[in-house]
Unconditional design. Structure first.
Length: 266
């Protein structure tokens, strides 16, 4: 009986330890840029809590939160995030970090779009019918792209010709498609810096304030979904916005270039 009890207790402890995790629905940019690989071990070391990431577009990540299939949502579409909270699906939204969007395209720049005016650049791309690859996946990047096209007075999905292509996939696969087609594309800077299959692509449009890219985090509302791991989820949020978490984000660099800039205190 002693051996049996010992085995039972060992199994129980193992199962209890296995439950020390949270599910975070996040964007492909935080995953594909390598940020999570860099920062999550620090959180787990500090708390003993493992983070399991579901990386998808922001729209899909928010849908995962609405269904209660995640404990925390960490995304980058401020308007959609505010709506998520207003609808009662999320609580305690906090700013975490920012970077910027860029437009990459062929070095030859057939549309003559290069510069720091995103609206003028998109107008030139549309006028030239230069190949442009869109994520088309309801992600934060896709939402930003559609807002920018609207500012430019262009609805590319209604345009004539086949110059505008939607991949319906994440940033990495979309950049792969753009590289293969030698096409223009809007990307978050973090994923671009981590992307290696660049071919003839280069950064052509950057520096416009309208390309600012804010990331936010929030707890999925436990009042709607009782199984949400409220304490562990909140611990993750608190760590992200703490001095320790913000420093971990700031330390992440590729080839000496910082990918994300913490601004939880702003």
């Amino acid at each position: 009986m002693g051996l049996a009890l010992g085995l039972l207790l060992a199994a129980w402890c193992s199962a209890a330890h296995a439950q020390q995790f949270i599910t975070v629905a996040s964007t492909t940019s935080t995953e594909q840029s390598g940020l999570f690989r860099h920062i999550l071990p620090g959180f787990t070391k500090a708390t003993g809590v493992e983070v399991r990431v579901v990386a998808t577009g922001t729209g899909q990540a928010l849908d995962i939160g609405r269904r209660g299939d995640a404990d925390v949502v960490f995304v980058h579409d401020e308007a959609a995030e505010q709506a998520f909270v207003a609808e009662g699906h999320g609580i305690g939204r906090r700013r975490v970090m920012y970077n910027d969007f860029i437009v990459v395209g062929p070095r030859a720049d057939p549309a003559r779009a290069a510069g720091n005016d995103i609206v003028a650049a998109l107008q030139r791309i549309a006028h030239a019918h230069a190949p442009f690859v869109s994520r088309g996946d309801r992600s934060g990047t896709h939402a930003a792209e559609l807002r920018l096209w609207k500012m430019a007075g262009v609805d590319p999905r209604q345009a004539t010709g086949a110059w505008y292509r939607e991949t319906g996939s994440g940033m990495g696969p979309t950049l792969n498609t753009a590289s293969g087609m030698n096409a223009y594309a809007l990307s978050d800077r973090g994923t671009w810096l981590a992307f290696r299959n660049r071919g003839e692509l280069a950064v052509l449009i950057q520096g416009d304030r309208r390309l600012f890219n804010q990331y936010g985090v929030m707890l999925v509302n436990p009042a709607k979904h009782a199984h949400v791991k409220k304490d562990m989820g909140q611990a993750f949020i608190d760590w992200l916005v703490s001095a320790q978490g913000q420093a971990a984000i700031a330390r992440y660099r590729i080839d000496g270039e910082q990918l994300f800039f913490p601004n939880a205190g702003s």
